[in-house]
Design a protein around this ligand. Structure first.
Ligand code: ATP
Length: 465
């Protein structure tokens, strides 16, 4: 991971945030290559789950919402993590994560009483840690403080007064923006149940133990879907079928569309003791990070819990009238919730490939052409072919993100393009150029092909750029 963090910084993927002032803990800035990669991942997710599906639509709700939203959703009262200090080394820890790590490493399948991750009663977490004599991962001692509940929402004030009536929260998830707009969307989009709403946007959580690079940060982006369907009372079992279908659609997106290696992914179904009281089924898709298996995508069957809660509190009718069956009901919802930054991280880890050459070891970022931040490098063999190369840049850049580089030996320039994952490099030499053709080098095989200039756009399209 350390190697990747340093590589990501030197190649313009991700920098330490506010670096010139000594940085800000856990804040990261996406550089020229990284921001393009993140944009591509977001757009491909929208293309896959919105553009190519007639049963999906998009929303972009505000980050700041009426505070009642967060009281109704349970975040003001209950969105907190069990915080604990190691008295010996003063390290701050999340009790639930300490237990999860212990279970993962030891293979112990016994869970604390009333186990529900971060929502497990504090006394049960304490009892479990004591019983299993779980050690502090930093100093190896077993000497912890009492567990305190710590609310994860960032709070600020809207307007000039700083009293409680002006309190607003930075949203800790994008999902609630979809629920509060459910009636608006039904009214204006003409979508019929089953249908889903997708949203991409920033979320903020004042995490106790952020870390592992961009895996857990306090500011991050979510790509969430709420897929509304018939409730159990109207179509028994239908929501569970849809949950299973979403599981496979999400896994298919990761392996086929993004190109993640299947052996780095697994499903983890939540057991009955871990499920929220309103959830009918929840599954995480986990990725094998260098620090162990970790959640990438949560797919939850949240029943009608959220719409019912908002309906009760707002006194607005959030039920749905089904024109085909003439019935009125509150839909159930399947929620596939993915962190864009975590998807970015796994895409980097999956692509990072070390190759040994006679000149030493090199890194190639093997992104699929469709997600590569830059698709085509345009490299004049010698500087004096700059004008011709610029013509090619102008010809291709309306179609593909291109990079122009004329400085240094051609071999070194190829390697630089490999490191930022450019799938194809074009070398401009006068002999081929004068015949209306150019050499295209494939990043992964190093094989060079002569392609007619007039066919270049089609050639790269066919290669998936
Ligand atoms: P965790 O158990 O890792 O804290 P969570 O179960 O709280 O995650 P959800 O609330 O289900 O996460 O959020 C959905 C997705 O948002 C997660 O699967 C993850 O990809 C992403 N996510 C959540 N918290 C963070 C964070 N602090 N930093 C980056 N991504 C996050």
């Amino acid at each position: 991971m350390k190697e990747l963090v340093s590589f990501a910084s030197t190649r313009g993927f991700v920098y330490q945030g506010s670096e010139i002032y000594g940085g800000l803990a856990n804040a990261w800035d996406y550089g020229p290559i990284g921001s393009q990669l993140k944009e591509n991942l977001k757009n491909i997710w929208i293309k896959n789950f919105v553009q190519e599906r007639p049963d999906m639509t998009l929303l972009d709700a505000a980050i700041l919402m009426n505070s009642q939203t967060w009281i109704t959703s349970g975040h003001v009262g209950g969105f907190s993590d069990p915080l604990m200090d190691c008295k010996a080394c003063k390290q701050r820890l999340r009790a639930d994560k300490l237990i999860e790590e212990y279970m993962e490493k030891s293979g112990d399948t016994e869970v604390p009483a009333e186990w529900a991750g971060e929502s497990t009663p504090a006394a049960n977490l304490t009892a479990y840690i004591a019983k299993k004599e779980i050690k502090c991962p930093y100093c190896g001692k077993v000497d912890f403080s009492d567990i305190k509940k710590f609310n994860l929402m960032f709070r600020t004030f809207q307007g000039v007064t700083e009293d409680s009536s002006a309190t607003v929260y930075l949203r800790p998830e994008t999902a609630q923006g979809i629920f509060v707009n459910f009636a608006n969307i039904v009214r204006t989009s003409r979508k019929k149940v089953p249908f889903g709403v997708a949203q991409v946007g920033k979320a903020f959580r004042n995490e106790i133990t952020p870390g592992n690079f961009i895996f857990r940060t306090r500011e991050f982006e979510q790509m969430e879907i709420e897929f509304f369907c018939e409730p159990e009372s109207v179509a028994p079992g239908k929501h569970l079928e849809l949950h299973a279908k979403w599981k496979s659609d999400c896994m298919d997106f990761l392996t086929n569309t993004i190109g993640l290696r299947p052996e780095l992914l697994r499903f983890r179904d939540h057991g009955a003791d871990e499920l929220s009281f309103y959830s009918a089924a929840t599954t995480d898709i986990e990725f094998r990070f260098p620090f162990g298996w970790g959640e990438l995508w949560g797919i939850a069957d949240r029943t009608d819990y959220d719409l019912n809660a908002h309906m009760k509190e707002s006194k607005q009718d959030l039920s749905y009238f089904d024109p085909f069956t003439n019935t009125k009901y509150v839909p159930y919802v399947i929620e596939p919730s993915l962190g864009l930054n975590r998807l970015f991280l796994v895409t980097l880890l999956n692509a990072y490939t070390q190759v040994e050459t006679e000149e030493g070891s090199r890194i190639i970022m093997k992104f699929k052409p469709s997600i590569a931040p830059i698709k085509v490098a345009i490299l004049p063999l010698v500087k004096k072919l700059g004008a011709e190369a610029m013509e090619i840049y102008k010809f291709l850049s309306p179609h593909f993100m291109c990079e122009y580089d004329e400085a240094g030996a051609i071999g070194k320039r190829y390697y630089r393009m490999d490191e930022i994952g450019v799938p194809f490099s074009i070398c401009i030499d006068s002999e081929n150029y004068n015949q209306g053709q150019l050499t295209v080098r494939d990043r992964d095989t190093g094989i060079q092909e002569i392609v007619k200039i007039e066919n270049l756009v089609e050639y790269f399209r066919d290669k998936g750029c």
